[in-house]
Ligand binder design. Structure first.
Ligand SMILES: O=c1[nH]cnc2c1ncn2[C@@H]1O[C@H](COP(=O)(O)OP(=O)(O)O)[C@@H](O)[C@H]1O
Ligand SMILES: [Ca+2]
Length: 455
Protein backbone atom coordinates (compact mmCIF):
# COMPACT_ATOMS: atom_id res chain seq x y z
CA UNK A 1 0.00 0.00 0.00
CA UNK A 2 1.31 3.42 -0.70
CA UNK A 3 0.16 6.92 -0.15
CA UNK A 4 1.56 9.73 -2.22
CA UNK A 5 0.72 12.78 -0.43
CA UNK A 6 0.50 16.33 -0.44
CA UNK A 7 -0.18 18.70 2.35
CA UNK A 8 -3.54 19.93 3.37
CA UNK A 9 -3.20 23.42 2.03
CA UNK A 10 -4.01 22.96 -1.56
CA UNK A 11 -0.50 22.20 -2.79
CA UNK A 12 -0.12 19.13 -4.90
CA UNK A 13 3.21 17.49 -4.41
CA UNK A 14 4.27 18.06 -7.95
CA UNK A 15 7.09 20.40 -8.65
CA UNK A 16 6.86 24.12 -9.14
CA UNK A 17 6.57 24.37 -12.89
CA UNK A 18 4.25 21.40 -12.99
CA UNK A 19 1.86 23.36 -10.82
CA UNK A 20 1.01 26.03 -13.41
CA UNK A 21 0.73 23.15 -15.80
CA UNK A 22 -1.96 21.81 -13.56
CA UNK A 23 -3.82 25.05 -14.00
CA UNK A 24 -3.63 24.71 -17.74
CA UNK A 25 -4.80 21.17 -17.51
CA UNK A 26 -7.71 22.32 -15.43
CA UNK A 27 -8.55 24.95 -18.01
CA UNK A 28 -8.50 22.18 -20.55
CA UNK A 29 -10.69 20.07 -18.33
CA UNK A 30 -13.11 22.89 -17.93
CA UNK A 31 -13.33 23.45 -21.67
CA UNK A 32 -13.77 19.73 -22.11
CA UNK A 33 -16.48 19.83 -19.50
CA UNK A 34 -18.35 22.63 -21.21
CA UNK A 35 -17.88 20.96 -24.54
CA UNK A 36 -19.10 17.57 -23.60
CA UNK A 37 -21.59 18.69 -20.99
CA UNK A 38 -20.72 15.83 -18.80
CA UNK A 39 -22.17 15.77 -15.32
CA UNK A 40 -18.83 15.74 -13.49
CA UNK A 41 -19.05 19.35 -12.40
CA UNK A 42 -22.72 20.10 -12.18
CA UNK A 43 -24.24 23.45 -11.25
CA UNK A 44 -24.59 22.21 -7.70
CA UNK A 45 -20.91 21.53 -7.47
CA UNK A 46 -20.00 24.97 -8.73
CA UNK A 47 -22.10 26.75 -6.13
CA UNK A 48 -21.11 25.24 -2.87
CA UNK A 49 -19.19 28.09 -1.29
CA UNK A 50 -21.64 28.41 1.56
CA UNK A 51 -21.71 24.80 2.67
CA UNK A 52 -20.49 23.73 6.05
CA UNK A 53 -17.51 21.40 6.32
CA UNK A 54 -16.23 18.57 8.43
CA UNK A 55 -13.42 19.18 10.93
CA UNK A 56 -10.52 17.91 8.82
CA UNK A 57 -10.66 20.50 6.07
CA UNK A 58 -12.40 23.20 8.07
CA UNK A 59 -9.49 25.65 8.13
CA UNK A 60 -8.67 25.35 4.49
CA UNK A 61 -12.27 25.58 3.49
CA UNK A 62 -12.82 28.68 5.61
CA UNK A 63 -9.85 30.32 3.92
CA UNK A 64 -11.35 29.59 0.53
CA UNK A 65 -14.77 30.84 1.47
CA UNK A 66 -13.23 34.05 2.82
CA UNK A 67 -11.45 34.43 -0.47
CA UNK A 68 -14.79 33.85 -2.17
CA UNK A 69 -13.62 30.66 -3.77
CA UNK A 70 -15.64 27.51 -4.19
CA UNK A 71 -14.18 24.12 -3.52
CA UNK A 72 -15.42 20.87 -4.94
CA UNK A 73 -14.18 17.32 -5.32
CA UNK A 74 -14.26 14.35 -7.66
CA UNK A 75 -13.37 10.74 -6.82
CA UNK A 76 -11.91 8.39 -9.38
CA UNK A 77 -11.08 4.72 -8.87
CA UNK A 78 -8.57 3.27 -11.32
CA UNK A 79 -9.17 -0.48 -11.20
CA UNK A 80 -5.98 -1.69 -12.90
CA UNK A 81 -4.98 -5.29 -13.35
CA UNK A 82 -2.30 -5.10 -10.65
CA UNK A 83 -4.03 -2.81 -8.16
CA UNK A 84 -6.95 -0.54 -7.34
CA UNK A 85 -6.15 3.13 -6.81
CA UNK A 86 -8.27 5.96 -5.53
CA UNK A 87 -7.65 9.52 -6.74
CA UNK A 88 -9.46 12.24 -4.81
CA UNK A 89 -9.26 15.47 -6.79
CA UNK A 90 -9.93 18.79 -5.15
CA UNK A 91 -10.77 21.75 -7.38
CA UNK A 92 -11.21 25.37 -6.40
CA UNK A 93 -12.92 28.09 -8.33
CA UNK A 94 -13.13 31.84 -7.90
CA UNK A 95 -16.33 33.54 -9.02
CA UNK A 96 -16.75 33.27 -12.79
CA UNK A 97 -13.28 31.82 -13.21
CA UNK A 98 -12.33 28.40 -14.42
CA UNK A 99 -11.80 25.75 -11.73
CA UNK A 100 -8.26 24.72 -10.90
CA UNK A 101 -6.95 21.46 -9.53
CA UNK A 102 -5.54 22.29 -6.09
CA UNK A 103 -5.01 19.01 -4.33
CA UNK A 104 -4.90 15.31 -4.96
CA UNK A 105 -5.04 12.40 -2.56
CA UNK A 106 -3.90 9.04 -3.83
CA UNK A 107 -3.93 5.61 -2.28
CA UNK A 108 -3.38 2.23 -3.90
CA UNK A 109 -4.26 -1.30 -2.85
CA UNK A 110 -3.06 -4.59 -4.22
CA UNK A 111 -4.12 -6.94 -5.76
CA UNK A 112 -6.37 -5.70 -8.56
CA UNK A 113 -10.13 -6.18 -8.49
CA UNK A 114 -9.97 -9.12 -10.91
CA UNK A 115 -8.21 -11.20 -8.25
CA UNK A 116 -11.59 -11.46 -6.49
CA UNK A 117 -13.41 -12.90 -9.50
CA UNK A 118 -14.21 -16.13 -7.64
CA UNK A 119 -15.09 -14.50 -4.36
CA UNK A 120 -16.70 -11.16 -5.14
CA UNK A 121 -17.69 -10.48 -1.53
CA UNK A 122 -13.99 -10.21 -0.67
CA UNK A 123 -13.59 -7.31 -3.09
CA UNK A 124 -15.67 -4.94 -0.99
CA UNK A 125 -13.22 -4.60 1.89
CA UNK A 126 -10.57 -2.84 -0.19
CA UNK A 127 -13.11 -0.61 -1.92
CA UNK A 128 -14.55 0.41 1.45
CA UNK A 129 -11.09 1.08 2.81
CA UNK A 130 -10.40 3.43 -0.09
CA UNK A 131 -13.81 5.08 0.28
CA UNK A 132 -12.92 5.79 3.91
CA UNK A 133 -9.92 7.77 2.67
CA UNK A 134 -12.33 9.87 0.61
CA UNK A 135 -14.56 10.39 3.66
CA UNK A 136 -11.56 11.63 5.62
CA UNK A 137 -10.42 13.98 2.89
CA UNK A 138 -13.72 15.44 1.75
CA UNK A 139 -15.74 17.72 4.03
CA UNK A 140 -18.85 15.96 5.24
CA UNK A 141 -21.34 18.35 3.64
CA UNK A 142 -19.82 17.91 0.20
CA UNK A 143 -20.12 14.13 0.17
CA UNK A 144 -23.47 14.03 -1.55
CA UNK A 145 -22.39 16.34 -4.39
CA UNK A 146 -19.06 14.64 -4.99
CA UNK A 147 -19.12 12.40 -8.09
CA UNK A 148 -17.68 8.93 -7.66
CA UNK A 149 -16.62 6.77 -10.63
CA UNK A 150 -14.61 3.60 -11.18
CA UNK A 151 -12.94 2.74 -14.46
CA UNK A 152 -11.60 -0.77 -14.79
CA UNK A 153 -8.89 -1.72 -17.29
CA UNK A 154 -7.20 -4.92 -18.42
CA UNK A 155 -7.80 -7.11 -15.36
CA UNK A 156 -11.56 -7.02 -15.84
CA UNK A 157 -11.32 -7.09 -19.63
CA UNK A 158 -9.48 -10.38 -19.34
CA UNK A 159 -12.17 -12.03 -17.20
CA UNK A 160 -15.14 -13.92 -18.68
CA UNK A 161 -17.94 -11.34 -19.11
CA UNK A 162 -20.18 -12.81 -16.42
CA UNK A 163 -17.46 -12.76 -13.76
CA UNK A 164 -16.50 -9.20 -14.63
CA UNK A 165 -20.13 -8.07 -14.43
CA UNK A 166 -20.57 -9.69 -11.02
CA UNK A 167 -17.56 -7.82 -9.71
CA UNK A 168 -18.76 -4.54 -11.18
CA UNK A 169 -22.20 -5.09 -9.68
CA UNK A 170 -20.65 -5.68 -6.25
CA UNK A 171 -18.65 -2.44 -6.49
CA UNK A 172 -21.77 -0.62 -7.73
CA UNK A 173 -23.62 -1.76 -4.61
CA UNK A 174 -20.82 -0.49 -2.37
CA UNK A 175 -20.78 2.82 -4.26
CA UNK A 176 -24.57 3.17 -4.04
CA UNK A 177 -24.45 2.58 -0.31
CA UNK A 178 -21.78 5.29 0.02
CA UNK A 179 -22.72 8.91 0.70
CA UNK A 180 -21.19 10.13 -2.59
CA UNK A 181 -22.88 11.11 -5.87
CA UNK A 182 -23.22 8.06 -8.09
CA UNK A 183 -24.93 7.60 -11.42
CA UNK A 184 -26.07 4.38 -13.11
CA UNK A 185 -22.80 4.24 -15.04
CA UNK A 186 -20.54 4.98 -12.06
CA UNK A 187 -18.73 1.65 -12.49
CA UNK A 188 -17.54 0.43 -15.88
CA UNK A 189 -14.81 -1.22 -17.88
CA UNK A 190 -13.00 1.31 -19.97
CA UNK A 191 -12.24 0.15 -23.46
CA UNK A 192 -8.61 -0.13 -24.51
CA UNK A 193 -8.85 2.57 -27.17
CA UNK A 194 -10.23 5.13 -24.71
CA UNK A 195 -7.40 4.22 -22.34
CA UNK A 196 -4.80 4.88 -25.05
CA UNK A 197 -6.48 8.02 -26.35
CA UNK A 198 -6.91 9.65 -22.92
CA UNK A 199 -3.22 9.07 -22.18
CA UNK A 200 -2.30 10.50 -25.61
CA UNK A 201 -4.37 13.64 -24.95
CA UNK A 202 -2.70 13.98 -21.55
CA UNK A 203 0.86 13.71 -22.75
CA UNK A 204 0.25 16.03 -25.69
CA UNK A 205 -1.49 18.54 -23.49
CA UNK A 206 1.34 18.47 -20.97
CA UNK A 207 3.97 18.77 -23.69
CA UNK A 208 2.14 21.75 -25.15
CA UNK A 209 1.40 20.11 -28.48
CA UNK A 210 -2.34 20.46 -28.50
CA UNK A 211 -3.67 23.69 -29.90
CA UNK A 212 -0.24 24.88 -30.96
CA UNK A 213 -0.31 25.15 -34.73
CA UNK A 214 2.75 23.69 -36.35
CA UNK A 215 3.79 21.70 -33.28
CA UNK A 216 4.16 18.01 -33.84
CA UNK A 217 2.34 15.70 -31.50
CA UNK A 218 4.14 12.93 -29.66
CA UNK A 219 3.21 9.25 -29.54
CA UNK A 220 2.33 7.45 -26.31
CA UNK A 221 3.31 4.00 -25.11
CA UNK A 222 1.83 2.55 -21.93
CA UNK A 223 2.79 -0.85 -20.57
CA UNK A 224 0.33 -1.94 -17.89
CA UNK A 225 0.06 -5.29 -16.13
CA UNK A 226 -2.65 -6.77 -18.36
CA UNK A 227 -2.57 -4.70 -21.54
CA UNK A 228 -0.34 -2.33 -23.44
CA UNK A 229 -1.31 0.65 -25.59
CA UNK A 230 0.34 2.43 -28.49
CA UNK A 231 -1.22 5.70 -29.68
CA UNK A 232 0.01 8.31 -32.17
CA UNK A 233 -1.26 10.81 -34.70
CA UNK A 234 -0.32 9.51 -38.15
CA UNK A 235 1.13 12.12 -40.48
CA UNK A 236 1.17 10.01 -43.58
CA UNK A 237 -1.92 8.76 -45.35
CA UNK A 238 -0.53 5.29 -45.87
CA UNK A 239 -0.71 4.57 -42.11
CA UNK A 240 -4.40 5.43 -42.09
CA UNK A 241 -5.04 3.42 -45.25
CA UNK A 242 -3.10 0.29 -44.31
CA UNK A 243 -3.97 -0.07 -40.63
CA UNK A 244 -6.33 -2.94 -39.80
CA UNK A 245 -9.90 -2.27 -38.70
CA UNK A 246 -10.09 -1.06 -35.11
CA UNK A 247 -6.70 0.69 -35.11
CA UNK A 248 -7.85 4.14 -36.25
CA UNK A 249 -10.05 6.27 -34.01
CA UNK A 250 -11.62 9.63 -34.85
CA UNK A 251 -12.67 12.18 -32.30
CA UNK A 252 -13.31 15.89 -32.07
CA UNK A 253 -11.54 18.23 -29.69
CA UNK A 254 -11.24 22.04 -29.78
CA UNK A 255 -12.97 22.09 -33.17
CA UNK A 256 -10.35 19.78 -34.66
CA UNK A 257 -10.92 16.25 -35.81
CA UNK A 258 -8.15 13.90 -34.76
CA UNK A 259 -7.62 10.59 -36.49
CA UNK A 260 -5.43 8.64 -34.15
CA UNK A 261 -3.75 5.28 -34.50
CA UNK A 262 -4.52 3.67 -31.15
CA UNK A 263 -4.52 0.05 -30.14
CA UNK A 264 -4.61 -1.77 -26.83
CA UNK A 265 -3.15 -5.28 -26.81
CA UNK A 266 -4.99 -7.27 -24.21
CA UNK A 267 -2.80 -9.97 -22.66
CA UNK A 268 0.45 -8.19 -23.61
CA UNK A 269 0.73 -6.18 -20.39
CA UNK A 270 3.87 -7.12 -18.47
CA UNK A 271 2.25 -9.48 -15.92
CA UNK A 272 0.09 -11.26 -18.51
CA UNK A 273 3.14 -11.58 -20.75
CA UNK A 274 5.15 -13.11 -17.89
CA UNK A 275 2.52 -15.81 -17.47
CA UNK A 276 2.40 -16.50 -21.21
CA UNK A 277 6.21 -16.69 -21.40
CA UNK A 278 6.17 -19.15 -18.49
CA UNK A 279 3.57 -21.22 -20.35
CA UNK A 280 1.02 -20.81 -17.54
CA UNK A 281 -2.69 -20.24 -17.74
CA UNK A 282 -4.51 -17.38 -16.03
CA UNK A 283 -6.24 -18.67 -12.86
CA UNK A 284 -4.65 -22.14 -12.93
CA UNK A 285 -1.67 -22.89 -10.69
CA UNK A 286 0.31 -25.50 -12.63
CA UNK A 287 2.80 -27.87 -11.01
CA UNK A 288 5.84 -25.84 -11.82
CA UNK A 289 6.55 -23.26 -14.48
CA UNK A 290 10.06 -23.60 -15.88
CA UNK A 291 11.70 -20.85 -17.90
CA UNK A 292 15.03 -20.17 -19.59
CA UNK A 293 14.67 -16.56 -18.41
CA UNK A 294 15.59 -17.58 -14.83
CA UNK A 295 19.02 -18.80 -13.66
CA UNK A 296 19.35 -22.61 -13.76
CA UNK A 297 19.50 -22.97 -10.00
CA UNK A 298 16.55 -20.69 -9.37
CA UNK A 299 13.49 -21.97 -7.52
CA UNK A 300 10.81 -19.68 -6.24
CA UNK A 301 7.21 -18.60 -6.17
CA UNK A 302 5.31 -15.94 -8.05
CA UNK A 303 2.03 -14.51 -6.95
CA UNK A 304 -0.14 -13.26 -9.75
CA UNK A 305 -3.82 -12.37 -9.42
CA UNK A 306 -4.11 -14.14 -6.04
CA UNK A 307 -2.61 -17.38 -7.37
CA UNK A 308 0.81 -18.60 -6.33
CA UNK A 309 2.79 -20.27 -9.10
CA UNK A 310 5.93 -22.33 -8.51
CA UNK A 311 8.65 -21.08 -10.83
CA UNK A 312 12.15 -22.31 -11.64
CA UNK A 313 15.02 -22.05 -14.13
CA UNK A 314 15.97 -24.53 -16.87
CA UNK A 315 18.53 -27.03 -15.66
CA UNK A 316 20.83 -26.45 -18.63
CA UNK A 317 21.21 -22.78 -17.87
CA UNK A 318 23.52 -21.56 -20.62
CA UNK A 319 23.05 -18.67 -23.02
CA UNK A 320 20.22 -17.36 -20.90
CA UNK A 321 19.61 -14.29 -23.03
CA UNK A 322 19.48 -16.23 -26.31
CA UNK A 323 17.06 -18.86 -24.97
CA UNK A 324 14.93 -16.31 -23.15
CA UNK A 325 14.63 -14.02 -26.15
CA UNK A 326 13.73 -17.00 -28.33
CA UNK A 327 10.87 -17.85 -25.97
CA UNK A 328 9.70 -14.24 -25.75
CA UNK A 329 9.75 -13.95 -29.57
CA UNK A 330 7.51 -17.04 -29.80
CA UNK A 331 4.97 -15.35 -27.51
CA UNK A 332 5.04 -12.12 -29.49
CA UNK A 333 4.93 -13.75 -32.92
CA UNK A 334 2.14 -12.38 -35.14
CA UNK A 335 0.50 -10.54 -32.25
CA UNK A 336 1.55 -6.97 -32.90
CA UNK A 337 0.82 -4.69 -35.83
CA UNK A 338 3.89 -2.88 -37.18
CA UNK A 339 3.79 0.55 -38.73
CA UNK A 340 6.59 2.19 -40.67
CA UNK A 341 5.68 5.62 -39.39
CA UNK A 342 6.60 5.05 -35.75
CA UNK A 343 10.26 5.27 -36.76
CA UNK A 344 9.86 8.97 -37.49
CA UNK A 345 7.76 10.16 -34.56
CA UNK A 346 8.71 11.11 -31.01
CA UNK A 347 7.35 8.78 -28.34
CA UNK A 348 6.88 8.96 -24.58
CA UNK A 349 6.72 5.69 -22.64
CA UNK A 350 5.03 5.15 -19.26
CA UNK A 351 4.14 2.68 -16.50
CA UNK A 352 6.25 -0.49 -16.61
CA UNK A 353 8.54 1.02 -19.27
CA UNK A 354 9.34 3.62 -16.64
CA UNK A 355 9.44 1.22 -13.69
CA UNK A 356 11.83 -1.18 -15.44
CA UNK A 357 14.12 1.50 -16.83
CA UNK A 358 14.31 3.15 -13.41
CA UNK A 359 14.86 -0.18 -11.60
CA UNK A 360 17.95 -1.05 -13.61
CA UNK A 361 19.29 2.50 -13.53
CA UNK A 362 18.76 3.30 -17.22
CA UNK A 363 16.98 6.48 -16.15
CA UNK A 364 16.89 8.53 -12.99
CA UNK A 365 13.98 7.48 -10.75
CA UNK A 366 13.15 11.09 -9.96
CA UNK A 367 13.88 12.76 -13.25
CA UNK A 368 13.06 10.11 -15.85
CA UNK A 369 15.11 10.37 -19.03
CA UNK A 370 15.74 9.29 -22.58
CA UNK A 371 16.80 5.89 -23.75
CA UNK A 372 16.85 3.71 -26.83
CA UNK A 373 15.39 0.31 -27.60
CA UNK A 374 18.99 -0.86 -27.66
CA UNK A 375 19.50 0.36 -24.08
CA UNK A 376 16.75 -2.04 -22.99
CA UNK A 377 18.37 -4.79 -25.08
CA UNK A 378 21.86 -4.20 -23.71
CA UNK A 379 20.49 -4.15 -20.16
CA UNK A 380 18.59 -7.39 -20.87
CA UNK A 381 21.70 -9.10 -22.25
CA UNK A 382 23.83 -7.94 -19.34
CA UNK A 383 21.33 -8.96 -16.67
CA UNK A 384 20.49 -12.32 -18.29
CA UNK A 385 24.13 -13.22 -18.79
CA UNK A 386 25.28 -12.26 -15.33
CA UNK A 387 22.27 -13.56 -13.43
CA UNK A 388 23.79 -17.07 -13.04
CA UNK A 389 26.67 -15.73 -10.98
CA UNK A 390 25.08 -12.54 -9.78
CA UNK A 391 21.49 -13.36 -8.72
CA UNK A 392 19.11 -10.39 -8.84
CA UNK A 393 16.60 -9.37 -6.20
CA UNK A 394 13.89 -9.50 -8.86
CA UNK A 395 14.10 -12.88 -10.62
CA UNK A 396 11.96 -11.55 -13.51
CA UNK A 397 14.33 -8.78 -14.49
CA UNK A 398 15.93 -10.71 -17.39
CA UNK A 399 12.52 -11.75 -18.73
CA UNK A 400 10.96 -8.29 -18.35
CA UNK A 401 13.79 -6.40 -20.05
CA UNK A 402 13.93 -8.92 -22.87
CA UNK A 403 10.16 -8.63 -23.31
CA UNK A 404 10.22 -4.83 -23.43
CA UNK A 405 13.06 -4.70 -25.93
CA UNK A 406 11.36 -7.21 -28.26
CA UNK A 407 7.90 -5.69 -27.87
CA UNK A 408 9.21 -2.28 -28.96
CA UNK A 409 10.84 -3.88 -32.00
CA UNK A 410 7.57 -5.64 -32.84
CA UNK A 411 5.86 -2.23 -32.93
CA UNK A 412 8.38 -1.28 -35.64
CA UNK A 413 10.86 0.79 -33.62
CA UNK A 414 14.48 0.47 -34.75
CA UNK A 415 17.07 -0.30 -32.08
CA UNK A 416 18.42 3.23 -32.27
CA UNK A 417 15.03 4.80 -31.63
CA UNK A 418 15.11 7.21 -28.67
CA UNK A 419 12.19 7.33 -26.20
CA UNK A 420 11.40 9.78 -23.51
CA UNK A 421 10.45 7.92 -20.41
CA UNK A 422 8.25 9.54 -17.80
CA UNK A 423 9.61 13.03 -18.18
CA UNK A 424 8.71 16.20 -19.98
CA UNK A 425 11.51 17.76 -22.01
CA UNK A 426 9.72 20.88 -23.12
CA UNK A 427 10.09 22.12 -19.58
CA UNK A 428 12.48 21.62 -16.74
CA UNK A 429 13.39 17.93 -16.66
CA UNK A 430 12.46 17.77 -13.00
CA UNK A 431 8.86 18.50 -13.59
CA UNK A 432 7.10 15.82 -15.45
CA UNK A 433 7.11 12.46 -13.81
CA UNK A 434 5.40 9.24 -14.63
CA UNK A 435 2.98 9.80 -11.79
CA UNK A 436 2.15 13.35 -12.95
CA UNK A 437 1.25 11.99 -16.35
CA UNK A 438 -0.87 9.27 -14.80
CA UNK A 439 -2.59 11.79 -12.52
CA UNK A 440 -3.77 13.97 -15.39
CA UNK A 441 -4.66 10.98 -17.46
CA UNK A 442 -6.98 9.86 -14.66
CA UNK A 443 -8.69 13.25 -14.54
CA UNK A 444 -9.17 13.37 -18.26
CA UNK A 445 -10.44 9.82 -18.17
CA UNK A 446 -13.27 10.84 -15.86
CA UNK A 447 -14.25 13.69 -18.11
CA UNK A 448 -14.16 12.29 -21.58
CA UNK A 449 -17.24 10.29 -22.50
CA UNK A 450 -16.56 7.15 -24.54
CA UNK A 451 -14.85 8.29 -27.71
CA UNK A 452 -16.44 7.39 -31.00
CA UNK A 453 -14.28 4.95 -32.88
CA UNK A 454 -14.21 4.65 -36.61
CA UNK A 455 -11.82 3.25 -39.17
O1 LIG B 1 -1.30 6.29 -10.14
C1 LIG B 1 -0.30 5.75 -10.55
N1 LIG B 1 0.92 6.28 -10.33
C2 LIG B 1 2.07 5.70 -10.80
N2 LIG B 1 2.09 4.56 -11.50
C3 LIG B 1 0.91 3.97 -11.75
C4 LIG B 1 -0.31 4.51 -11.30
N3 LIG B 1 -1.28 3.72 -11.72
C5 LIG B 1 -0.68 2.71 -12.41
N4 LIG B 1 0.63 2.84 -12.43
C6 LIG B 1 1.61 1.96 -13.13
O2 LIG B 1 0.87 1.09 -13.99
C7 LIG B 1 1.50 -0.19 -14.05
C8 LIG B 1 0.51 -1.27 -13.68
O3 LIG B 1 -0.53 -1.32 -14.61
P1 LIG B 1 -2.04 -1.59 -14.22
O4 LIG B 1 -2.15 -2.35 -12.93
O5 LIG B 1 -2.77 -0.28 -14.26
O6 LIG B 1 -2.50 -2.57 -15.36
P2 LIG B 1 -3.48 -2.35 -16.60
O7 LIG B 1 -3.34 -0.90 -17.02
O8 LIG B 1 -2.97 -3.30 -17.64
O9 LIG B 1 -4.85 -2.68 -16.10
C9 LIG B 1 2.69 -0.11 -13.13
O10 LIG B 1 3.83 0.23 -13.91
C10 LIG B 1 2.36 1.04 -12.20
O11 LIG B 1 3.54 1.66 -11.71
CA1 LIG C 1 -3.13 1.14 -16.06
Amino acid sequence: MRKILRNNHGNMKISRIAYPLGLFVCLFIYVAYVKWRWAFASQRIFSITETAVGPRNQQYHEKLVTANRAVFYGIMFDAGSTGTRIHIFQFTQSAKETPTLTHETFKALKPGLSAYADDVDKSTQGIEELLNVAKEEIPFDLWKVTPLVLKATAGLRLLPGEKAQKLLQKVREVFQASPFLVGDDCVSIMNGTDEGVSAWITVNFLTGNLNTPGKNSVGMLDLGGGSTQITFLPKIEVTLQTSPAGYITSFQMFNNTYKLYSYSYLGLGLMSARLAILGGVEGKPDNELVSPCFPSSFNGEWEHAEITYKISGHKAGVHLYELCSQRVSEILQNKVHKTEEVKNLDFYAFSYYYDLAANVGLIDKEKGGSLTVEDFEIAAKYVCRTMEVNPQKNPFICMDLTYISLLLQEFGFPKTKVFKVGICYFCNPDNFKNSTMILYSRIITTIIPPLKSST
